[in-house]
Design a protein around this ligand. Sequence first.
Ligand code: C2O
Ligand code: CU
Ligand code: CU
Length: 465
Amino acid sequence: MLFSQGTVSEQSSDPATGTQANVISYTEELRIPPLAVNTSNEEGIAKFSLIAGEGETEFYPGVFTETIGYNGALLGPTLKVFKGERVEITVENTLSEATTLHWHGMHLPAEFDGGPYQVLEAGGSWFPQFTIDQQAATLWYHPHLMGKTAEQVYQGLAGLVIIEDEISQALPIPKEYGVDDIPLVFQDRRFFRDGTFDYKPLMPDVMMGYFGNTMLVNGSVSPTFPVVKSITRFRVLNGSNSTVMRYSLSDGKVFHQIASDGGFLTAPIPMWQIILSPGERAELLIDFSDGESGSMVVETNGGATYTGVIFDTEQMEPVPNEIPAALVDIPEPDTSAVTGVRQFVMSTGMGGNFTINGNKMDISRVDEHVPVNEYEIWEVVNAGMGMMNIPHSFHIHDGQFRALDVNGRDPDDTMKGWKDTFLLWPGDTIRILVRFEEYTGKYMYHCHLLEHEDSGMMGVFEVVE
Ligand code: C2O
Ligand code: CU
Ligand code: CU
């Protein structure tokens, strides 16, 4: 797959946005989202508090930008939880408008999914609770209010969830959060000259993507990360609204992917670039033992190239680390028990008419009734033409799934693990093996390009007995 397939030639014509950010040289140290404080003293139970509220963020020295965040002005703390643990969260909304809080990638009861049904009014609270019933992975949380997801994520609401399990703790890989296990949330933002990044999409932005002029990593502008261990693990989230990103190292060095959306791969995959669409995650190991500093470069399907993170190896301890040869066992997807096949055709009509199977999202309609605990094949099609070059990112709630094939061919190794979000370039067809276990109720599937989602490219499936 060529990245240039997704390249669009024109950016928004809004003159106020300019392109000056591509030359901004101000850098700072990478912010690391703090770990959320677990206030439970009971074994097997974790309690967290998340408060959505307004604030200001100094992205540039002396310039304060209005933002929103959880427990702070921007983004949110990282929740670290363990497989088998019961998690109870108090979510408070101190914003002046409603929101929701969705657990992206989590297998959980529908009532706690935090999708558009679980509206959290301004001033209100919500108490989701569920038991972690999936393997170690990097998930995330973000708002999911009908028609408002894009704007609320854009202004700063998003955070990570790290699930650990016995395997992740036993593997010989870096695992000290903030030291050699580093989250990297990539989000491009369009700063105006006065330092604001108000969300003002025009029709081309909704269609092609709301591309920024600045790359934020954990809310820092092209920051520096002081490398302390010669092999460092990075949990990369494409947390942008609608920008497909390709990550590589400035010196072209090979790195290894060890996990995708839903957890570890069978073995580290050596690669020199990785493409993530909005919502997708990848865990990478980068070996700095050559002493090279360099940076992580981010190219977008909007045609921009950013210095994502600058690596500073001055303080590095040359620990003799190794990239493990194997990670976890993942069974081959078994289609012998499939009981149903569904098709999801993602189309972009004129004037931003975004549909799945010809329908725009209607919260009062159930689009698909899916039997609980049964295997199904979902065939997802990006019906767009190459001329339009509009990618989609198909995301399914309530857990992790397996790609069976992409355009009739075996998926790339990077797609062979557990996934909840799938990039489709125009014309692509992906077949996925799904199974919704245990819980019944209403969940969503949608395009994770948030402007598309908010324009109706979303549907409801109800898991039924
Ligand atoms: Cu990350 Cu339904 O979303
Ligand atoms: Cu989700
Ligand atoms: Cu889309």
